[in-house]
Design a protein around this ligand. Structure first.
Ligand SMILES: [Zn+2]
Ligand SMILES: [Zn+2]
Length: 264
């Protein structure tokens, strides 16, 4: 009996070891497998010729941001208005950051890609976004790249912060320094959707803090704050405020998509 028991135990141990090995191999092989799978359009999932490319249908729906636009917040202007012109909103109430850029106008396709990253957590999607965002990187050396943080409960539930995935992909492409926990979200805030500007501002006030061990590094430096979607600026402004207080010399914001009223 003892012999049989031992044999069963041995068999179990062997199966366990094999499962662990299979799991390990699965993990190790994943990037290779991802690479071997046909590339798909980040917008709709149609098979495409190369990775990180949109199909023609999705591509024609994307609205790229660029000049002419508000020098501060990238709001598109209808006409060329000369360099260093700010939009009415920025003039009336200057944002806390020095400059914001976004790859796309927030619309159906850019929204779908952002959701895919947010709820699917696929680093490949972050890489796609980073490729589109990279051309808006400020040409400055010595920048610190930091994501807009999530509250730790949300990270715990989702397993990752989508902005941190984008920040990592961007920094890797550009060879920049990342500090993923530079800013911490110390207050849990409800989604800002549906709130007016004043209410948004009040909601995120005091929600962010600079991680004490990074404080010295921020002083006199340019910080590139990375986020997926820029909506009202309440979050970016609240992050910019704590960075400014910590002595950041310049605050740049770079997003995947920016909400433009009437833009989708
Ligand atoms: Zn597509
Ligand atoms: Zn503006």
């Amino acid at each position: 009996m003892g012999g049989i028991g031992l044999a069963v135990n041995r068999a179990r141990a062997k199966t366990g070891a094999m499962n662990a090995a299979a799991a390990w191999a699965g993990r190790a092989l994943k990037p290779v497998l991802d690479f071997a799978l046909p590339p798909r359009c980040p917008g709709c999932g149609t098979v495409t010729a190369a990775p990180h490319r949109f199909c023609l249908d999705c591509w024609t729906q994307l609205r790229f941001l660029g000049e002419p636009c508000c020098v501060r917040c990238a709001l598109p202007f209808a006409y060329e208005s000369g360099p260093a012109v700010e939009c009415g909103a920025c003039l009336a109430e200057p944002p806390g950051f020095d400059r914001l850029r976004a790859a796309l106008v927030y619309g159906e396709i850019s929204r779908r890609v952002a959701l895919k990253l947010k709820y699917g957590g696929r680093p490949g999607v972050a890489e796609t976004m980073a490729r589109f965002m990279a051309r808006h990187l400020p040409g400055e050396d010595g920048m610190i790249v930091a994501p807009v943080p999530l509250h730790r409960w949300r990270i715990w539930r989702r397993g990752y912060n989508q902005s941190a995935l984008i920040a990592t992909a961007l920094a890797r492409r550009a060879g920049l320094e990342t500090r993923l926990d530079l800013i911490r979200r110390v207050k849990r805030t409800p989604p800002l959707r549906g709130m007016g500007p004043r209410e948004r501002h009040e909601t995120v006030r005091g929600a962010f803090r600079i991680e004490p061990r990074h404080k010295a590094a921020v002083k006199g430096r340019t910080v590139l704050l990375v986020d997926d979607i820029y909506t009202s600026g309440a979050t970016a402004n609240a992050c910019a405020a704590v960075l400014r207080r910590a002595g950041a010399a310049r605050i740049e914001v770079l997003c995947w998509a920016r909400v433009v009223k009437g833009g989708d």
